[in-house]
Write a protein that binds this ligand. Structure first.
Ligand code: C2E
Ligand code: CA
Ligand code: CA
Length: 452
């Protein structure tokens, strides 16, 4: 296809052309000419008119890696030709690298035409390309745009801003985005957060992340019969990061698997320490929704139990009711295998989702934890008391143990006891505590076997 002589893409007059300043396969000028043109336009423009800058990128895909060098050159030339046809006469097109183009749109009246131009660019590249090898190839494309004077006064800064916007367009999957300053602050913040999280999970000795234990007590005699492991992280200068925030970030960063392994190891360490202290209670661990979609979870649990020589009945897993609404054959299979291993499964936050009692009948669970929102209001609200009463009745009919969460005062504990609830957890007894404090708490109460 050769060079494309189009007047709208001629290099800027102020820079002499040399072979190094022209892209061979597209015939387009490169970054230095783009910067010169943008700078010149800025000097000549009044701020009533804007200059738009668009970074266009075609990410590599398996078929793109497979085509011959000649076919790739032809493809880039054809793509350039399509762009040239789509642009206005005053627009300029540049080649920044093999698969990156820069478009400069002078004399825009507002930000809206920039968005429209990006959509048009992606539109014309949406149809498949015929390659020299005779294949039909569909290309992915991403566009990011920046605007003078809104996004900066310097040509290079504006080009980089358009590239930053394009990176966000690719990551978010939306295809086109205009630059916004928070894209960078979020970016820098996220990178630091990710690094800190990875460091914490790698088990570096700073000990900033760990689990705390909250007791589960028997409502009839207040004996501690179990504990729940709750995630705690003080990041950097003592900044507490709530568990939900950590879990959401882990999913986004693809670290969920590392975390589950880390969490189970922490739980094993705690169970071993409790055994040594003569406290032979089960410890429950919260699973994340995607853990249940992981067919390897039962194998991981088996390995870790064997490694720490912990009997399965000392570990219990909590899954929230909302996770169960997504019940699929994979989820049911994972639960069935976990149950077969001899672990107890508990449904957490019961009453908030839509799963309802029918799920309880089908799933291999042993325990139901009534959500603390009901529990905390139950003393003053008849309706919440009735909900609790019916959950307890139905659960007992299915031979399930019922735990009430968020028990903050004696009045609530008495009410739960009168309704026949089995276990309670909440600030009335103790908050989640570091392991050594938990052991000391059990010792003070006498919840300890005579062996210790
Ligand atoms: P959850 O499993 O329902 O945990 C109970 C939450 O209630 C904990 O908050 C606990 O500190 C708090 N709590 C306990 N007693 C009381 C009380 O009497 N009154 C009040 N107001 N709150 C009480 P936390 O530790 O902030 O955890 C919040 C949620 O984060 C947990 O809810 C759980 O869904 C999730 N989470 C915590 N640790 C982990 C973990 O290791 N893995 C996963 N996947 N999720 C976790
Ligand atoms: Ca829980
Ligand atoms: Ca809960």
């Amino acid at each position: 296809m050769g060079l494309i002589p189009v007047n709208s893409i001629l290099p800027d007059e102020s820079l002499p052309d040399s072979p190094a300043s022209i892209d061979f396969s597209t015939g387009l000028p490169k970054l230095p000419q783009a910067l010169a043109f943008i700078s010149q336009s800025i000097r000549q423009h009044t701020k009533a008119q804007s200059i738009g800058i668009v970074s266009l990128f075609v990410p590599p895909t398996p078929p793109l890696y497979r085509i011959t060098a000649e076919a790739a050159r032809q493809l880039r030339a054809e793509l350039t030709e399509r762009l040239v046809k789509a642009l206005r006469e005053q627009d300029r097109l540049y080649s920044l690298s093999n698969w990156e183009w820069l478009i400069v749109l002078p004399s825009l009246v507002s930000a809206a035409p920039l968005t429209l131009a990006m959509m048009k660019v992606r539109g014309v590249l949406g149809d498949p390309f015929e390659t020299l090898d005779g294949d039909s190839l569909e290309l992915e494309t991403y566009c990011g745009g920046s605007l003078w004077p809104d996004d900066g006064d310097d040509a290079f800064y504006l080009v980089q801003s358009a590239r930053i916007a394009r990176l966000h367009a690719a990551r978010s999957g939306v295809g086109t985005l205009s630059y916004q300053r928070p894209m960078e602050t979020i970016e820098a913040g996220q990178a630091r957060f990710q690094k800190d999280l990875q460091r914490a999970l790698a088990g570096s000795e700073d000990g900033s992340m760990g689990i705390y234990l909250q007791p589960l007590v028997n409502l009839t005699g207040s004996a501690c019969v179990g504990a729940e492991a709750l995630l705690r992280w003080w990041r950097g200068e003592g900044n507490y990061v709530p568990p939900h925030h950590i879990i959401a970030a882990l999913e986004k960063l693809g670290l969920r698997h590392n975390f589950t392994r880390w969490l189970l190891n922490q739980a094993m360490q705690a169970i071993s320490a409790l055994t040594k202290a003569g406290i032979e209670i089960p410890l429950s661990v919260n699973l994340s929704a995607s853990d249940l979609l992981d067919a390897e979870l039962p194998d991981l649990v088996t390995q870790i139990l064997a490694m720490w020589d912990v009997p399965p009945h000392r570990l219990s897993l909590e899954i929230t009711e909302t996770m169960m609404v997504e019940e699929t054959p994979q989820v049911t299979e994972v639960l069935r295998r976990l149950h077969q291993l001899g672990l107890a499964l508990a449904i957490d936050d019961f009453g908030t989702g839509y799963a309802g009692m029918s799920y309880l009948q089908r799933l291999p669970v042993e325990e139901v934890k009534i959500d603390q929102r009901f529990v905390r209001q139950a003393v003053g609200t008849k309706r919440d008391r009735e909900i609790i009463a019916s959950i307890i009745q139905l659960s007992h009919r299915l031979n399930l143990t019922v735990v009430a969460e968020g028990v903050e005062n004696q009045e609530t504990a008495d009410m739960l006891w009168s309704l026949g609830c089995d276990l309670a957890q909440g600030y009335l007894y103790a908050p989640a505590m570091p392991l050594d404090e938990f052991i000391a708490w059990c010792r003070r109460r006498g919840d300890i076997s005579p062996l210790s």
